[in-house]
Each structure stands twice: as C-alpha cells, then as structure tokens.
Design a protein around this ligand. Sequence first.
Ligand SMILES: Cc1ncc(COP(=O)(O)O)c(C=O)c1O
Length: 419
Amino acid sequence: MRTIKGLSVPGKVPKHYYNITADLPFKVSPPINPATKKPINPEELKQIFPKESMELEISKERFIPIPEKILEFYKKYRPTPLIRAKNLEKKIGTNCRIYYKYEGASPTGSHKLNTALAQAFSAKKEGLKGLITETGAGQWGSALSLACKLFDLDCKVFMVRSSYYQKPGRKTIMNIYGGHVLPSPNEETSFGKKLLDQNPEHPGSLGIAISEALETCMKLENYKYSLGSVLTHVLIHQSIIGLEAKEQLPEKADAVIGCVGGGSNFGGIALPFYNTGAELIGVEPESCASMGKGEFKYDFGDTAKITPMLKMHSLGCEFVPPAIHAGGLRYHGVAPLLSAIKEHGLMKTEYYNQKSVFEAGKLFAETEGIIPAPESCHAIKSVIENAKRRKNQVLVFCLSGHGLLDLTGYEQFLRGELE
Ligand SMILES: Cc1ncc(COP(=O)(O)O)c(C=O)c1O
C-alpha cells in the first residue's frame, strides 16, 4: 500500500490503455444498419471515422500500447493529480475518505484531451486533412481544436446553440487553437436549416449537432468525423484516468464515481476498477437521465437518424433536453459499453437536479478551492450523498473539468435564478 505525506498523490503515466471488453463475461451488442437491422461491417464505419479508431472499437486486446508521440504530449499534463478532499470530508462530517482525480488540470480544462490527442494522431497518420465534430459545453471542441492544431489538421466544430451563447469563452478558446466553430442548428446544413425554419430560437442538442457534423463530413473530401464520447474507442482512451488513479490510490476503493454524458469520463475512471470489488456509480442530470430513465433499445446516435443504430439506454433520438448548464450531459443516449455493463448489474446510476448539483459544486469550491464544471458537480453531489450515508469507506471520483468558463451558470445559481 502506498503511503502519502501530502494530500496530492504522485504517480506515473501508463504506457497502455485498458480495454474492458477483453474481461467482460458477455458481448456488447454491435451497431446495426437501420435498413437491414444487421450488424454494420466495421469497414463501412471506416468511411466516416478514422480507421485506427474503428480498429480499436472492435479490439479484444486487454492492454493497448499508447504510441510514443501521444505519450510525449500526455506527459505535459499527466499523471493528473489525485487529491484527498479532506476539507470537504470535514465540512460534511463524514468518516469516509474522499479522493478526486483532477482532469481539469489538462491544458483545455477537462478529460477530453486524452482522446482528442489519440484521435488526431490517428487522423494524421491516415493522411486526412481535418476532423469534424460536435460539442456540447465546448470542452470537447476545445480539446479537438488543440489536438488538430498540434497535428496540423483542420478542425470544424458544431457547437450546441444554447451553449454557444451561454459560454462564449469556449468559442474563443477553440478559435485560438484554429478551430472553426458554428452554432448548431446551423443554416449551413440542410438538417440545421430545416430545424431553424421551424424554430429560429432552437436551443440545439448534442444529437442535432452530431447530425450536422456528419452531414458536413459526407460532403467534404478527406475529412472524417470524430466523436468525443459514447463509442468504445473513446472509453478505451479515457481508461488512462482510472489506470493512473488505481496506481495513485493509497488504499482500496469502495466506490468509484463519475458523471455520465456519453459516458467517457465515467468509463475512463471506473472501468479499470472492474473486478476490484469497488462499486461503480454513474451520475446523470435528472432532466436528461438516459441510463436512469431511458429505455435499453437500439436507437440512433443522432437526431436526423444518419448514424448506425446503437444498443443503449436512450430517451429517444428526438428528445431535446432542457438547456441546463451541464451542456456536456445533454445527450439522449449513452455508451453502449456502459449500457451493457449496467444491464448486467455491474454498475449503478443516480440522478440529481440542477440546483442541487450547483449547491454541491459551490460547497466543493468553498472547501477544496477548485470551481468545478457543472458536469463534474453531478459527481460531487453523488460523492457527498454517498459519504453521508456510508461509514468509513473510500470514495473516488473524477473531477472531469474546471468550471472557470461556466460562470454564467454559477451567477444564475448565486442569484437564486436556477430552475
Ligand atoms: C467537464 C465535462 N465532464 C463530463 C462531460 C460528459 O462527457 P462524458 O460522459 O463523455 O465524460 C463533459 C462533456 O462535454 C465535460 O465537458
């Protein structure tokens, strides 16, 4: 067992990613073609996604080496700190030990850069000109814009319209890295135009932004689509979070907690703890609880129904969630890998309302000093509730990002105007 003197634990950057599918006692249902209802040939998906991402998607290898070029950049900000939240523990009067893995320490402020670097590296190796994507709160768009700049690729980002106006700073960050950002829905695509004709004030959703990114991708030569969550290859890239945390933790974890949008930071921190006896808990917003309230079924990943169908917990691909500040959690579905894990009883889910998660975020800022992203506040709320209920346990959570660009949400909260 590791002993620590301070509250932040040193560690090492792993040289491989972890792929839980090598260890699961069941198969995750494959994506299907909506017309034939037959599994999609991964070769077909390589026309849309970078080839290497699709190879990883179906890999059965347990440990996947991280290319040297990616490791080189990871080492600029990894291992991210694992910190004991002693002040928070004291404030809530728990005898549980709470640790958080701080992914906000990355250059773009969240865990998203872990997969962005890997995907941009694959795209460059394949000789692509650029990547096209969607973003909710702007964290993913910032990460991909930076990764594309580092590998000399173009980056075009459809940003959910409600977040585009709530978080203008994020757009500036993407622009600094050379990303080209459009609010979604957008007149530039036929799907976006149709939605704006129906409702010029349309708030957008991740499902819609995905449709627009895909539509654009299909029109452009030598550009491919990059997804910041949901698919297995993204969760594999994010496993670096949990692998590091496992090595850094001075004691055995009883529960590992993360917020769930598409599922990548939760999958990243939690899945490497599979089979260690720790409970894995995913936390969602009450207003968009795909796993908590959705149906486990084949559904489209986007709103225009362009994607293959994925077997996942879904609120329906046409569901437009309310414009909560945790823009990165406004997705109707979730990673099929996590859905299958939940169906087999290997993880639990919780959901909380927006006001209660901001209260938790403020308490965390007051005690630990870091202002958390509204998405991460969901994990904090859960950790507080679990720490109050449990006795003498070890709780670990992913602090997936900082909230320094989410101050509009905090301002509304402080004024008592949050619903
Ligand atoms: C800080 C932060 N945390 C969590 C998420 C949710 O995504 P995922 O479930 O893929 O981790 C996002 C998405 O944008 C995010 O920006």
